[in-house]
Design a protein around this ligand. Structure first.
Ligand code: FE2
Ligand code: FE2
Length: 304
């Protein structure tokens, strides 16, 4: 090999020293738990829902609901990918890179289990059928503002949502009346518990170090994502345009009535409100304020 070629292969930026010492034992514990608690979405037997005696409109509603769940889980991957890049290039300790890699793999298996359920119910939908909805999930993939924040500030915007989506998933687990859906929800929840735990570790170790400008941005960014994309048919249907809110809301209600691991639109806002109040209390200790979110804080019944 010519010396000039070797020069071109020199990694930029320089990865050395590549650290092996652990700095955060609590994050490393999450990594070893992830190894011990790994699972395979393809080992779940989805035949109970394939063979269930369900009317066609219920199958359609369930397939739409679990396709949405699959898109949501997929929507958790971009933030992991962006943070992983940062963690590598800013030489963060090994266990942080390991946790982020685990987290991405776990969100992918949540995505995978969800599209199997959608498939068994009536067919996975790779793109939303509603025109309006086509633009919602991409907004959740937008990491532009988080990229302007410090590593842990940007990470925290999304780890706070892990807590909210964990509470919603708990309600969906309780709704599930089919073994396959119940098991998938249970295994996903077990992973989410670690993601929530990681958020708490970040809070404990790093929230004290955030600048006041970043604390302000964190609260605003959290509220913006919740209002702008997650209440638009993802976590809840409240911010959808009226015709789409009625259509999507009725389908969710139908899926919930038949125990397909869904939630009634009115119950969703109650769960979100409870989780939001807890998150507010947790972050207020660090001087972070999550602005008023009328759709949740001043709940109105959802008209379907
Ligand atoms: Fe997930
Ligand atoms: Fe998660």
């Amino acid at each position: 090999m010519q010396p000039s070629l070797l020069e071109e292969l020199t990694p930029v930026p320089n990865p050395y020293p590549i650290q092996s010492e652990l700095s955060y034992p609590d994050i490393w514990t999450l990594c070893t738990q992830a190894r011990d608690l790994a699972w395979d979405p393809r080992s779940i037997d989805y035949q109970d829902i394939e063979n269930a005696d369900l009317p066609a409109d219920v199958r359609d509603a369930g397939a739409e609901w679990w396709s949405l769940r699959a898109w949501m889980e997929h929507g958790a991957i971009p933030y992991g990918a962006e943070r992983l890049r940062d963690a590598i290039y800013s030489h963060l300790p090994f266990e942080i890179k390991q946790h982020v890699v685990n987290f991405i793999a776990e969100e992918l298996r949540h995505h995978e289990a969800s599209f199997h359920i959608a498939q068994a119910l009536g067919g996975y939908q790779p793109s939303p059928r509603a025109d309006y909805f086509q633009s919602i999930i991409p907004q959740f993939h937008n990491e532009n503002e988080e990229k302007t924040m410090s590593f842990f500030g940007g990470m925290a915007v999304n780890t706070l949502f892990e807590q909210l989506s964990g509470e919603l998933l708990q309600a969906r687990y309780e709704n599930a009346q089919f073994d396959s859906i119940k098991l998938a929800c249970k295994l996903i929840l077990r992973d989410e518990a670690r993601h929530i735990q990681f958020g708490r570790v970040i809070m404990r170790h790093f929230f004290g170090e955030l600048s006041s400008a970043e604390k302000l941005l964190l609260g605003q960014q959290f509220a913006k994502k919740l209002k702008g994309s997650l209440l638009n048919g993802v976590y809840a249907v409240v911010n959808l345009p009226e015709d789409e809110r009625r259509r999507a809301g009725r389908n969710r209600a139908l899926a919930a009535q038949h125990g397909l691991g869904a939630t009634h639109p009115d119950d969703e806002i109650d769960v979100i409100k409870r989780a939001l109040d807890e998150i507010r209390e947790d972050v207020s200790k660090y001087g972070i304020e999550i602005p008023h979110i009328a759709e949740v804080d001043d709940k109105q019944p959802i008209v379907l």
